[in-house]
Design a protein around this ligand. Structure first.
Ligand code: ADP
Ligand code: ADP
Length: 226
């Protein structure tokens, strides 16, 4: 069974051309799926429908065998890693990572165990007492991922996470995200307009154009058959 199934998904804003037009994609357990296409092709809208931040006009959104069209974001157990990182500037790295656990009412012992595990995986253990304003872009990105990891989310969702970074850091982070995704084995959907990211990060790539799914294939297949 697929981890996430988008079944004939449609999104209309008003009367115009649908922003997402009859898109069907199945994301396998542990798979790294890329959504790629030019600005305005509907990739953010599609991701926001997966996570529950946008109503679905038509079609079925499934997580495992559960239809989630009407489920609130907090009941989907997915972790969105936002472009601007959405970190709390007044909290330390430790407390930023701990935040979802505190919210869920975990006790101090469990919080400590999970935060230390996640920060070890993400190589943040030496920065736990720092605040986001004193971190590099790459470190902030990892704190955002740490927050997602401690929740034991069923999937990571990324919306253009590297687009604010300079070219060098983008390259490093690309490698790092791919490495962490494989290490964690967590199902991932990653939105980008960047062809290099699309062709290097994903197990499979879904190419969108004007809301329509044009191709769904591995990077190798796309390379040989553009
Ligand atoms: P992408 O992420 O590929 O850049 P989006 O999903 O943001 O594309 O947008 C897809 C289309 O839907 C665009 O034509 C955009 O203008 C339109 N759109 C996105 N959000 C809204 C909204 N809240 N209201 C009306 N139209 C929207
Ligand atoms: P990374 O690849 O780990 O994100 P960078 O290459 O951006 O890190 O930076 C290298 C080191 O410089 C980091 O480990 C960090 O300790 C330090 N550093 C970078 N930016 C800042 C900053 N704004 N404030 C304090 N230290 C920083």
């Amino acid at each position: 069974m697929a981890a996430i199934t988008m079944n004939h998904i449609v999104k209309r804003y008003g009367d115009g051309f649908p922003a997402v037009n009859d898109v069907s994609i199945d994301v396998a357990d542990g798979e790294f799926m890329i959504l790629v296409g030019p600005s305005g092709c509907g990739k953010s809208t599609l991701l926001r429908m997966v996570v529950g931040l946008e109503d679905i006009t038509d079609g079925d959104m499934m997580i495992g065998d559960r239809r989630v069209n009407d489920l609130a974001p907090r009941d989907r157990n997915l972790a969105m890693v936002f472009q601007n990182y959405a970190l709390y500037p007044h909290l330390t790295v430790y407390e930023n990572i701990a935040f979802p656990l505190r919210l869920a009412g975990a006790d101090d012992k469990e919080v400590d165990k999970k935060v230390r595990e996640a920060s070890k995986t993400l190589e943040l253990d030496e920065h736990l007492e720092r605040k986001p304003g004193n971190l590099s872009g790459g470190q902030r990105q990892r704190v955002a991922m740490g927050r997602a990891i401690v929740r034991d989310a069923d999937a990571f969702l990324f919306d253009e996470p590297l687009s604010n970074l300079d070219a060098k850091l983008r390259g490093q982070m690309r490698t790092e995200i791919a490495r962490l995704q494989k290490r964690l084995g967590i199902t991932t959907i990653y939105v980008t307009h960047d062809q290099t990211e699309a062709m290097t990060l994903g197990d499979r790539v879904a190419v969108l154009k004007r809301g329509v799914l044009q191709q769904l294939a591995s990077p190798r297949e796309l390379y040989e058959n553009p």
